[in-house]
Design a protein around this ligand. Structure first.
Ligand SMILES: [Zn+2]
Ligand SMILES: [Zn+2]
Length: 262
């Protein structure tokens, strides 16, 4: 339908306002595939976009694209179980915690460091954090406004001095959590309604094969977080073929030597 072509260019907030106009408008939106799939499978992200003020910066198709993207768009290596809301980017937990392009800084600091307040307000997505506890220690974040430091560094108006100040700025890790949600993977080619949340290898866990402390691992709130691989179904089947511990565990379970979950 031609109206769906128009919907492609509506931001998320406009989609919601349009939906409230009358019954035909509600029907149009609920039969518009990106809206339907995001509202069904990505409700947490959709709600967060609406509650943080980001809904006017992104189209429904942008969030739908993230919903249907399997790999982390930052490292392009791992299963991405999260979405970084400030740029609607699918990401993995490791990149969410460590990738420089996913740094989040206070709007106030961004303005102070760059003196580009007007440009930031005109051209960048600004997120008003939902007050609550974030991180392993449950530290409190208030209704502060934040922006993506990565997007800030892409502004053509940013001078060398401002760039250096932004690059050297060390914002709180907590803001990254306040600017993200989990997001399952929807494979549009699969049976309707089937989503993936990522799989961890039980064989690797019981045989303690997760990587030891290394430079690729990281800390949150001064606590060490081991990097535990998360797989899509297809990637896990490939891993299963090479994981002796997983195959041994599967053999024990299917022959009755061990109970699932032991
Ligand atoms: Zn990643
Ligand atoms: Zn394994």
């Amino acid at each position: 339908m031609l109206i769906w072509e128009v919907c492609k260019y509506m931001d998320i907030k406009t989609c919601f306002l349009f939906r409230q106009v009358n019954r035909p408008a509600r029907w149009i939106m609920s039969t518009y595939a990106p809206y339907h799939e995001v509202a069904t499978h990505g409700l947490e992200s959709l709600r967060a976009m609406l509650r943080t003020g980001l809904a006017r910066y992104f189209t429904m198709t942008r969030l739908y694209r993230a919903l249907c993207t399997e790999k982390c768009e930052v490292c392009d290596l791992r299963f991405g179980g999260f979405v970084f809301l400030l740029t609607a980017t699918r990401c993995c937990f490791a990149c969410l915690c460590t990738a420089p392009e996913l740094r989040v800084m206070l709007l106030k600091d961004a303005k102070d460091h760059t003196r580009l307040g007007g440009v930031i307000h005109r051209r960048m997505a600004v997120l008003r954090c939902i007050q609550g506890s974030y991180g392993l220690r449950g530290s409190e974040v208030g209704r502060v406004q934040v922006v993506s430091a990565g997007a800030l560094l892409n502004l053509a108006e940013l001078d060398v001095e401002g760039r250096t100040r932004v690059e050297n700025h060390r914002p709180r890790l907590l803001f990254r959590f306040a600017a993200s949600t989990t997001l399952p993977l929807l494979d549009p080619m699969a049976v309707q309604g089937v989503v993936q949340h990522g799989l961890r290898c039980e064989g690797c866990r019981v045989s303690n094969q997760y990587p030891r402390r290394s430079s690729s691992n990281f800390y949150i709130d001064d606590r060490y977080v081991p990097l535990r691989p998360v797989y899509s179904r297809a990637d896990y089947m490939a891993h299963f073929d090479t994981c002796t511990a997983a195959r041994r565990l599967w053999r024990d379970i299917t022959t009755g030597n061990n109970a699932p979950g032991d």
